[in-house]
Design a protein around this ligand. Structure first.
Ligand code: PHE
Length: 487
């Protein structure tokens, strides 16, 4: 292709990089505030707050299945991204209003918008490369970097403004940056040429009942908003919804697998094995957005050289910050190992991701054992996160490419949706695990008394994670066999 590049990458990658960076800034900036806002400002009790956080985070990653389908069939990626960006901007601005009704409706708009935005911006990155373009993987790594730079800045700024100044300013700040991302994309999208346009523009313009189909899709999808608000009000219904959807997904994959010849069947079963374990990974990992936010506020010593650091900002900056730093290390490590023909297989990497996460939670637990006046050391807190994020980097990017490699071509898009849905399931379970760390109101402001509520669970998570890791490592030769010729 004679198209312009910046460095080695197609120049449009940078448009998508910055759009996604600002979108994730707003997404994680808002998420940083969520649990603490519910507990300290709205005065929800802790179990209820964890329930709502779990429902929000699960729904936000369930709807991309629908958003991906609508974009593939009708809207094309670009329209979906713009509409999703508009809905998310509205959602964040609604949250900025200090009104009682605004909380659930704001989150509902963000969920709906994310469904249109998140899957389709990644697919659009995919369109920048020809089938076997060797730059594809490094393009996606750069994109993952954009995600995490945005998340780190968002956690830092919104976390600080929300906790120290005013919760609604924090949410509003997130909205401003989402709008910035939208402007960047709308202004730069011309450079994409034909990529990401609607597959059949005429079908979009055709009218049904006097309304063009395009607007029917936009309007119709808003039905999600009141449904989600209803689900927040009765969040126990989510238990059934997640169990039923999860059951359908598993039966569907098995049904497809058993219709195939042996090699294809085994590959799908290998993918399913890893997808199911990824649920557990996210369930532990996502304590970051829930229990660990409150833990950071109550039980981590934020005093550094006389200054008191803002806990929410620190807790939400650390994980994506470590992703940015450790990505360089892992990029180097995988190539170094590959050159020596010693790069571990995907199931082995999955096993290690749990072992590393266990080490992270073990550090948190040991720090609790050595706490002074109920406060743990900030350096230990940061080191714990370093191991957890090393675990993420052995699973999250690898899982994405695993799904594309192990699924038959006709199933790639659905399997991608199922991969996202697995993280939704994990987020949901994370809320349940968080609930077990609820601290009674009477001791919420007493560090010595609140510490044991966290310490016991942190230890259990470390043990469970180590157990899962060892189990996967033991089974990895079998799973590798199922993968056949796929590396
Ligand atoms: N943190 C990454 C992102 O926001 C990867 C991720 C996606 C993790 C979905 C969990 C669920 O894109």
């Amino acid at each position: 292709m004679s198209e312009k590049t910046i460095g080695k990458q197609p120049r449009q990658l940078y448009l998508l990089f910055f759009t996604e960076m600002w979108e994730r800034f707003s997404f994680y900036g808002m998420k940083a505030l969520l649990i603490a806002y519910m507990v300290t400002e709205l005065k929800f009790d802790e179990p209820k707050s964890y329930g709502i956080l779990g429902a929000y985070s699960a729904l936000v990653y369930t709807v991309p299945m629908l958003g991906g389908m609508l974009a593939d069939r009708f809207l094309g990626y670009r329209r979906a991204i713009i509409y999703g960006g508009i809905l998310m901007t509205i959602g964040h601005l609604v949250l900025a209003l200090p009104q009682e009704w605004s909380f659930f409706s704001g989150m509902a708009f963000i969920i709906c918008g994310n469904g249109f935005f998140k899957p389709n911006i990644s697919s659009l990155v995919g369109t920048l490369y020809e089938e076997n373009d060797p730059r594809r993987d490094s393009g996606f790594s750069l994109f993952y970097m954009g995600i995490n730079i945005g998340a780190a800045l968002g956690g830092l700024l919104c976390g600080y403004v929300g906790q120290q100044i005013n919760w609604h300013y924090g949410f509003g700040l997130a909205g401003i940056f989402m709008f910035l991302g939208l402007i960047v994309f709308a202004w730069g999208q011309k450079s994409l040429g034909q990529r990401g346009l609607a597959p059949d523009k005429e079908a979009l313009q055709r009218k049904t009942l006097g309304i063009p189909n395009e607007y029917l899709i936009y309007g119709g999808s808003l039905i999600i908003v009141p449904v989600v608000v209803a689900l927040f009000n009765r969040h126990e219904v989510m238990d059934y919804m997640m169990a039923i959807l999860g059951g359908i997904a598993i039966v569907y994959v098995l049904w497809e697998a058993f219709r195939m010849e042996r090699a294809g069947r085994n590959k799908l079963i290998a993918a399913l094995f890893m997808i199911i374990f990824s649920i557990l990974f996210w369930a532990f990992y996502e304590q970051n957005a829930g229990s660990l936010n409150l833990f950071a506020m109550r039980n981590v010593d934020m005093n550094v050289m006389g200054a008191s650091l803002p806990a929410l900002a620190v807790n939400n900056f650390l994980p994506p910050g470590w992703v940015v730093v450790l990505s360089f290390f892992f990029a180097w490590l995988w190539t170094w190992l590959a050159k020596r023909n010693a790069e571990p297989s995907t199931p082995v990497k999955f096993g290690w991701s749990f072992v590393l996460m266990a080490a992270g939670f073990l550090i948190f637990y040991l720090a609790c054992q050595n706490a002074t006046a109920g406060l743990i050391n900030l350096f230990a807190f940061a080191m714990g996160y370093m191991f957890i994020i090393a675990g993420e980097l052995c699973l999250s990017p690898i899982g994405l490419s695993m799904v594309t490699k192990l699924s038959p071509l006709r199933m790639v898009a659905v399997m991608m949706g199922i991969w996202f849905f697995a993280s939704a399931g994990g987020e949901f379970l994370a809320g349940k695990i968080g609930k077990l760390m609820s601290v009674p109101e009477a001791v919420q402001n007493n560090a010595v008394a609140s510490l044991p509520y966290y310490a016991t669970m942190l230890k259990k998570i470390a043990i469970a994670s180590a157990g899962a890791g060892i189990f996967i490592l033991l089974l990895s030769p079998l799973v590798k066999k199922w993968m056949g010729d796929t590396k």
